[in-house]
Design a protein around this ligand. Structure first.
Ligand SMILES: Cc1cc2nc3c(=O)[nH]c(=O)nc-3n(C[C@H](O)[C@H](O)[C@H](O)COP(=O)(O)OP(=O)(O)OC[C@H]3O[C@@H](n4cnc5c(N)ncnc54)[C@H](O)[C@@H]3O)c2cc1C
Length: 419
């Protein structure tokens, strides 16, 4: 039987859930969220870092590219012009800093709101993020970062070896110091997605899990609904594409154009609960380490081009473990509880893909959040709510429109398919 909604959101990761939550506050809108629960969902794989500066400058999971980048970086820091290789993390443009920092600033209030109104605590913790410096190369890069973000000078702090040991007594003696990003914090990513989802549900959003969107309905150049395998047809005025690493399929069905989103695999592991050994999150040239509110420690993460493969593999996990033990020698005797892999929705320039597409009505992108979808889910939900309701946006999304890519339409058969 057909269903009728104002807005259908395809994809129930943190991005779809955040959009659903923000839209659910509008009393006049009927909203449905449809999620297929595919293996590899990035939200459930994530570390939950809100590393607004760390990620914008290419740290966070980006450090895994560190070795690959080092040749480039040496030349950069020596003043040579280096062409940015879009396939590796680098210092992202100012537009992304604004996006990430605005999102970051929303969390304290969002945390309170979801607890007070919906009884959901996503465990927001003010931790800071320390980039641990082992050698001259690390220091050079840290100095380079600081020189690139003079406007954020009040958000960075240098720690010499003694100050680092005082702040984080468990860190190895090998560490010579750290560069700390004061506004970078953490949440529990599972609880964040659950909190958005439960808030949305309590506010009246219909949530369909284990439901696959398999096609898109059109009338002329307007998207009018979706076809699902399990629940039949959903008619809608607006379709939001929040399908994570699978977003290209949905955009092709909706617009005839495949947006360039592709899966970027990340492996990560979790230790048993430990007494508190960390006061904040750490990132190094080998891995990052984040102790969560329940004492478990997340050690992440790889950045791999392996398609939709979500296996965990010994060399990659061993590499992360070695990196973590180098940084925190006390981890050498700890039990590993679990390893897993997730699929980041990567885009060629590492920026998200947001908003409408030229020539298509009733369709909005909310995808391509790559390695910062947890951090940037808050602002994405706000932006998509305002786009649906045609209200002024808190920031310019021009840099994030799909039109920035020269993408050719795929064969236009959709009128025939779903007329
Ligand atoms: C190891 C790892 C660590 C990370 N750490 C961090 C971090 O510390 N901080 C941070 O900010 N980000 C981090 N990220 C990135 C972050 O997890 C992602 O950017 C974010 O989760 C993307 O959310 P999403 O909702 O777009 O995608 P997803 O969470 O993947 O959700 C997409 C959903 O869409 C559904 N779907 C797809 N196609 C269809 C369809 N046709 N019909 C119905 N449903 C469909 C899928 O089943 C899936 O559930 C990490 C990622 C990984 C893998």
């Amino acid at each position: 039987m057909s269903k009728f909604y104002d807005v259908v959101i395809a994809g129930g990761g943190v991005i779809g859930a955040s959009c659903a939550y923000q839209l659910s506050k509008r009393e006049n809108l009927k909203v449905a969220l449809i999620d297929a629960k595919r293996p590899g969902n990035a939200t459930r794989a994530s570390a939950g870092g809100l590393w607004a500066i760390g990620e914008s400058v290419g740290l966070g999971c980006g450090v895994i590219f560190f070795r690959m980048m080092s040749a480039n970086r040496k030349r950069e820091t020596q003043g040579a012009a280096v062409a940015v290789d879009a396939s590796t993390p680098h210092i992202l443009p100012e537009s992304f800093f604004d996006f990430a920092l605005q999102s970051n600033a929303l969390y304290p209030q969002l945390h309170r709101e979801l607890i007070d109104k919906h009884g959901m605590d996503f465990k927001f913790e003010k931790t800071g993020l320390k980039f641990v410096i082992y050698d001259d190369e690390d220091r050079l890069y840290a100095e380079h970062i600081v020189s690139c973000i003079p406007h954020l000078a009040d958000q960075v702090r240098w720690l010499d070896q003694a100050a680092l040991r005082e702040a984080e007594p468990s860190v190895s003696h090998e560490a010579r110091g750290a560069l700390e990003f004061l506004c970078d914090h953490q949440v529990s990513p599972f609880r964040l997605a659950d909190a958005y989802m439960e808030g949305a549900r309590q506010n009246g959003v219909d949530i369909y899990v284990n439901t696959n969107v398999t096609g898109v309905l059109h009338h002329g150049n307007r998207v009018t609904g979706v076809q699902t395998a399990e629940e039949g047809v959903f008619h809608c005025k607006t379709l939001i594409n929040a399908a994570g690493a699978w977003a290209a399929d949905l955009s092709e069905w909706a617009t005839g154009v495949r947006i360039p989103v592709k899966p970027v695999k990340g492996q990560i592991l979790l230790t048993e609960r430990m007494p508190k050994i960390l006061n904040g999150c750490l990132t190094t040239s080998d891995c990052y380490v984040a102790q969560k509110d329940n004492g478990e420690i997340l050690i992440g993460s790889t950045t791999e081009d392996k398609g939709f493969d979500v296996t965990t593999t010994y060399p990659e996990i061993a590499g992360l473990v070695q990196g973590a033990v180098r940084c925190l020698p006390g981890l050498k005797d700890v039990n590993l509880k679990r390893t897993w892999a997730g699929l980041r929705p990567g885009s060629p320039d590492e920026l998200p893909i947001l908003g409408p597409m030229r020539g298509v009505e009733g369709y909005l992108n909310a995808c391509g959040h790559f390695r910062t979808g947890i951090l940037t889910s808050a602002i994405t939900g706000v932006l998509l709510d305002k786009l649906v309701n045609q209200e002024a946006l808190p920031l310019d999304i021009t840099p994030f429109l799909a039109d920035r890519f020269a993408v050719a339409p795929v064969k236009q058969e959709r009128e025939l398919e779903l007329a």
